[in-house]
Write a protein that binds this ligand. Sequence first.
Ligand code: BGC
Length: 367
Amino acid sequence: MQAILLRQGAKQVELAQVPDPQCLPGQVLVQALDSGICGTDREMIQRQIVDVPRGRDYLVLGHEGLGKVVQTHAPDCDLQVGDLVVPLVRRSCGQCNACNTHHVDYCYTGKYTERGIHKQDGFFSEFYADSPQYLVKVPPRLEDLAVLAEPLSVTVKATRVAASLLNRVKFGGFYSQPGKRERALVAGHGAIGILGTLLLLEQGFDVYVLGRRPRGDFQRTLIEQLGIPYLDATTSQPTDLVKREGGFLLILEATGLSEVTFQLANYLSRNGTMVLTGVPRGPKTVQIDGNTLMANIVRTNQAIVGSVNAYTGCFHKALEYLAVFKKKHPQLMSRIITARYKPEEFEIPFARKDRDDIKVVIDFRKD
Ligand code: BGC
């Protein structure tokens, strides 16, 4: 079958013939429909990070998938041939309590694997086999958007992590004032940022988005059309707003930039929580005013917390939210997948990220 893979030492991905996956007892075989390209894939290519499966010199990339079940060797599961599924990314280390209780995203040993990232082939191939516990069934009416379930699951988990911290500063059911809509800031507006924005809106926050795009820019316009204020980080606008109205109770970091992230802490309100989702790779020294940062965190009960990957429950919730978003924001949802390419055209999306791109998908359907 055809697969888009990265070889050790290579600077580019290639489309190659690889052996068909074996569908072992207890597994199901999935035919790929859509597979999404993510910043992590680009970073791996750029930095030549190829964490290959044992005994191999290449890794099939792709960790955001949507496929169709074409064969099942798992008689006891509720998946049938023809069902649409989205696969989870992480696979258990088999050794720790978190993994053994289906919270692979909280693996204690670090010996987990990740499809398309760490030591296991991903979803940029015509077929992949998996055990049903790592596949989440998708309603057919969501086929057009379900490839977004993985990035959305990451934001669902991030908001759950934030909520668990924010719950400790909720009194009598409210945060700062009874009935007040609290402010949330989303930093960055790639797929995670935009989906996170919709999620926080749905959760009742007064959402702002922070970015560096000029007026008229495609992504900025999409956000502004939702009635969401866009704060331009290249001006003093965010700082002025914080001075005038107070900071944000919740900040969702979706930039992957450490130099931006630690500055964002200045925009937190008292008792505020910032949850980080970006995974920068390689070292980078950034300058921060450590004393002020530390004093503020302590004096005002702030929390800065990381959130990686997502567990099954977050994927189910992500699919529910996708249905809600599709209904409430049809315009925006029809524009998040900004381009689709056939596997043979893989060089185009991997060579360069277009400035307007939000989610680019490789479409494995045979038509
Ligand atoms: C994926 C996560 C994964 C993380 C770290 C992200 O791009 O969405 O699921 O755990 O990379 O490898």
